[in-house]
Ligand binder design. Structure first.
Ligand code: SF4
Ligand code: SF4
Length: 750
């Protein structure tokens, strides 16, 4: 090919020759390589798409039918994508234009990547936009060279828009964005090499006997980072040697980084001839590396560049909050084999970048339980890859299956690919989903696998006994339902029965606050506060059964539906305007899952009611001189976005609130959720509640405030077992209100 623009004197139109010095044969080889790498990319991508196509429908793109729940009412700070949510029938999350727009904005801003690690998020943002700009630049060049020039050449007068002002603007933008990507890459490389990040430690949570290597993960990460960095560096070197070889035409100052490199090349004594030789070698190095990278994408960590965008758009922020009913028509309950997975769940597996944010947020992992949400996803990914006939390049060694295939040759996922004890270790706290920057829905998949374990009776005896109690008595304590309201007997007033007396509020007490000896006094205190404040409230008495929130998360869907049907019938027999509950777990299912079964009343947490009463002056108080920290319950803060009302109560009481590092939607689980309260936790290295008490003990506070009956029990015990009970008092919000209220009454009396 002719080379008319090899050296441009000043005043010659600003541009550069794409294949300068490469020759016709070289150009042919280049196009052959480009075709091959594109074909490998297309084949690898199709292989992945085929995998997702074998998944069942996920219902993400159906038309919207159900009642909407405003996003900001749900999880205000953590809706990375698929932002619109629905409340109602199973599989009712849909991605419409608004949800897709929210997702695309989150993607463009990299907001989910910044959420838990600002520095990594900013670096990722620079790399993300740097490479997008370079990719667009390559496409523009291809359009000019292969389409515009060829087409106009065929018409007898070759034309190009890759020159003049366009070329100068193009040069400065690509140089700047490429340099930004270099800076981002340098930080990411430094962080991985010297940052000692726990999130990037690939040691398995389940501590396998004999061990098995995760070295391939590390190699895969470094190969990916190394290739990206090498692409940027060779691109700038190529540019620098080209500018040096062409004798520094003045317009090339519009490629500032290349210009700087060219100056360095001249300073080290390389002349124009030598620079041109190196330029050609660099041209081929850069081109082969770029084409190799394109071919490598669908077989490596680089595939997250494609899968994550789709996964974030299809993400259902309500996937854990509002579980789907098991699909009808199957010959088994829950997920038994890979064929039971939806396409979204299969896409989740390929979207994991191994960032480890879920791993470090998980209370099960922290407590030494054999569960890491990251390992859970990666084990499933490796199994899915092997089952679908492909393996991701450098993606670690899979844990060997344990029990062998089913009769038809399929491998059981629960108990074989993923250990049974791993699945039962989950507290369904949702910290993993909240932390994940790419919209992976761990909790709903874990529950589907638990459903199959429950179906086969593969559960701990203590859990089995709790479920039997729930089935027979409607409560996990195994007590007669007539005992449910026994705690009210010691009150000197009678709480109305909402089934016979219309009331404004129906108090859904929950099992623990009703049956646990240590918690009954708290319930009575709240009743007195509300009574004295003139609140019109009532109970369902023996008509209330366990709400079923944890039963559903254990995977016992049949029992969940039985409990719901009973409670909904009780609600229908009563007359009330709103429900409030003492139990955040009950709040979650009543608010998000019961509407599907016919409940259409607002559901509030008792701290919401107390905050309103305090702020309206209905509860007279005087300031408490107390320095406190507050623990956000997972099901209240992370699941339902209720973080302000308890803080409003503390503020109204004049408490000096010191926040723990993990607060609000980044709260840490007490370890009781997802049915774990019915299971043995004696084998844990450190209970999650003990971990949390240690966190609070680091602060200069005298009280650890909770707003959940289970939390009161868990943390009172943890304060004792960690030896912090003498200086850190565990109190419920109710006790603080009562303390301030009693104090106020005393002042009046005095
Ligand atoms: S829900 Fe909580 S306990 Fe379960 S895997 Fe996720 S972070 Fe771990
Ligand atoms: S599941 Fe999400 S948070 Fe966890 S390692 Fe993978 S990408 Fe990171």
């Amino acid at each position: 090919m002719s080379n008319p623009l090899a050296v441009l004197p000043l005043g010659v139109e600003e541009t550069r020759e794409v294949f300068e010095g490469i020759g016709t044969l070289g150009e042919g080889i280049f196009y052959l390589l480009a075709l091959t790498s594109t074909a490998v990319f297309a084949w690898g991508s199709w292989r992945r798409i085929k995998k997702y196509r074998r998944g069942r429908a996920a219902g993400r793109f159906r038309s919207r039918k159900s009642r909407e729940v405003p996003v900001d009412e749900v999880r205000p700070s953590a809706v990375p994508a698929g932002a619109a949510t629905t409340n109602g029938s199973a599989n009712s999350h849909v991605v419409d234009a608004t949800a897709a727009a929210h997702s695309l904005v989150a993607l463009a801003a990299n907001s989910t990547v910044r959420k838990r690690d600002r520095a990594a998020g900013v670096a990722h943002f620079l790399v993300f936009w740097g490479f997008i700009t370079l990719f667009i630049g390559t496409v523009i060049l291809t359009i000019d060279y292969d389409i515009v020039r060829n087409a106009t050449n065929a018409l007898g007068q070759e034309r190009s828009f890759f020159k003049g002002a366009f070329y100068l603007g193009y040069s400065v933008i690509l140089d700047t964005m490429g340099f930004a990507a270099v800076l981002g890459m340098l930080y990411l490389i430094w962080r991985r090499a010297f940052g000692h990040k726990a999130a990037l430690d690939y040691t398995r949570a389940e501590k396998p006997e004999g061990g098995y290597s995760r070295d391939e993960f590390v190699k895969g990460d470094w190969l990916f980072l190394g290739l990206l960095f090498a692409l940027l560096v060779t691109g700038f070197l190529l540019e620098g040697f080209r500018i040096r070889a062409s004798g520094f035409p003045s317009f090339e100052v519009w490629s500032p980084v290349g210009w700087l490199v060219a100056r360095v090349v001249r300073v080290v004594g390389i002349g124009t001839g030598g620079a041109d030789d190196v330029r050609i070698a660099m041209w081929w190095t850069h081109a082969v590396m770029a084409m190799g990278f394109v071919a490598y994408i669908p077989f490596s960590k680089a595939m997250h560049m494609l899968t994550d965008a789709a996964n974030v758009v299809a993400f259902d922020p309500a996937s854990a909050r509002r579980l789907h009913a098991p699909r009808s028509g199957a010959d088994h309950i829950g997920y038994r084999t890979l064929d039971d997975f939806t396409w979204k769940e299969l896409l989740d597996l390929d979207s994991c970048t191994k960032c480890g944010r879920c791993h470090v947020a998980c209370p099960a992992t922290a407590s030494g339980a054999p569960l890491s949400p990251r390992d859970f996803i990666l084990d499933l990914r490796q199994w899915a890859d092997e089952s679908t006939g492909g393996h991701t390049f450098l993606d670690g060694e899979r844990r060997p299956t344990t029990t062998g295939p089913l009769a038809n040759g399929d491998v059981r996922v629960a108990g074989d690919v993923i250990k049974i004890e791993t699945l039962w270790s989950c507290t369904t706290c949702m910290a993993c989903v909240e932390a994940c920057p790419v919209g992976i829905e761990h909790v709903s998949t874990i529950v589907e696998l638990r459903r199959s374990l429950v179906d086969e009776g593969a559960m701990e005896p203590t859990l089995q006994s709790a479920l039997q109690n729930l089935a027979q008595q409607g409560n996990s304590f195994g007590k007669s339902s007539r005992m449910r309201a026994r705690w009210t007997k010691e009150l000197d007033f009678e709480i109305p029965d909402a089934r016979t007396t219309p009331v404004r509020y129906l108090w859904f007490v929950g099992d623990f606050a009703a049956f646990d000896d240590r918690l009954q006094e708290l319930s009575r205190t709240l009743a007195r506060i509300l009574h004295d404040a003139g609140v019109d409230f009532g109970l369902l008495y023996e008509g209330e059964w366990n709400s079923g929130n944890d039963v559903r998360r254990v995977g016992e869907e049949g029992l969940f539906e039985m409990l719901v049907e009973h409670n909904v019938a009780a609600f229908e027999s009563a007359s009330f305007d709103e429900i409030f509950t003492t139990d955040p777990h009950s709040l979650n299912t009543l608010r998000n899952e019961y509407p599907e079964f016919g409940l259409d009343k607002p559901v509030r947490h008792y701290t919401e009611v107390l905050a309103d009463l305090l702020e309206s002056g209905a509860i007279p108080t005087r300031p408490l001189d107390s320095r406190v920290t507050y623990h956000d319950p997972c099901y209240l803060a992370r699941y339902n976005g209720v973080t302000d009302p308890p803080r409003r109560v503390l503020q109204a009481l004049g408490c000096d609130l010191v926040e723990m590092p993990r607060n609000k939607d980044n709260t840490f689980c007490c370890g009781a959720g997802g049915g774990r309260i019915w299971m043995d936790d004696s084998g844990l290295e450190e209970r999650p509640s003990e971990n949390r008490i240690r966190e609070a003990a680091e602060l200069d506070v005298e009280r650890f405030v909770v707003a959940c009956p289970k939390d009161f029990t868990m943390y009172t015990d943890a304060a004792k077992t960690t030896g912090h009970d003498s200086r850190l008092q565990v109190v419920d919000v109710i006790q603080l209100v009562d303390e301030a209220r009693v104090t106020a009454n005393l002042v009046v009396t005095e």
